[in-house]
Design a protein around this ligand. Sequence first.
Ligand code: PLP
Length: 398
Amino acid sequence: MERKVYADNAATTAMSRAAIEAMLPYLDGIYGNPSSLYSVGQQAKEALEGARADIAACLGARPDEIYFTSCGSESDNQAIRSAARLGAAKGKKHIISTAFEHHAVLHTLDRLKREEGFEVTLLDVHKNGVVEAEEVKAAIRPDTCLVTVMAANNEIGTVQPIAEIGAVCRAAGVVFHTDAVQAVGHIPVNVAEQNVDMLSLSAHKFHGPKGVGALYCRRGLRLLPLIDGGAQERGRRAGTENVAGICAMAAALKEACANMQKNTAKLVALRDEIIEGLSRIPHSVLNGDRQRRLPGTVNMCFEGVEGEGLLLYLDDMGVCASSGSACTSGSLDPSHVLLAIGLPHEVAHGSLRVSLCEYNTREDAEHIIKCVPQVVEKLRAMSPVWKEMERGERPHVI
Ligand code: PLP
């Protein structure tokens, strides 16, 4: 039997046992609506508030600062639109972000620009995929109402200096939102210590279910609803709560935070082994800073290959990985993240993201290190561009 290696945990993760078990009672038995006054409703309400307290504790927040949403994208949309509109009411219509945010952020900013006249500054993320706090500070203007910078990038895994950026924003009196969808449950996040005003997270990135997320909004900061309707979530997010999903999200996050140190040690070792193994492939490059990265994420480009071909052959060999983000693979445009770190189009096309979780083993890493060079060699043998490079008719870029 061919080995099966799931190495696309930045796209989504398998649910943990703890998360599945936390969910079951609310699917089968305690199915009441948490807004109902009878006991099966109130039991659901109690579970919801327990989950809120657990999630708040994992983030260094207070329970009343956590709002449940349907996903990371919704959290990003609500945070950004709310801060933008409250800013506009005070005559402030400038927003600062980075060129390599997730589309949930970039497309929201685009719409605010197009339809509501906001001005958006997208900061450069440099070759190493990191934006520095000093650059944020230099970009802040008297009319800046929001800074939104992701905590960790979903494609290349680079980790941003959130606490420093938060401090700069706090000093300037500008709201700071971070899309921490790839960070929460993977690296330490503490909203109080890191000067964060708003933060987005999504359960399916840390072994919780898909279709459930949360938004942290610091007490005292106004939050406008994105969805109008009932009075759920203290009037900030209408809609009957996904009680089972929320309980599973809390269980998954508690487990991820409790095991973070142990998981990090394991993942860093596997990640570094993969980086070392794949860097032996000639004309390859690691994308993003070597040190300032998530414990489980590797992103590399191999000259003369197409990412799609790489993924299909790897799938044949039992390896699930990604090229570009899950949402953009399937499109032929090179990833905006790889272009933002300055890779030329033809190199950006040959990218591979391997994202591990604590369920991966050393044998998984070895299988990846064995398969990728074979596939790269096969694809290069078929590539006219690579042949031109080999004959010296076209220069190598990496
Ligand atoms: N932000 C980042 C950095 C992500 O990686 C993702 C998912 O890939 C999202 C936002 C969107 O999260 P969701 O799939 O829960 O909408």
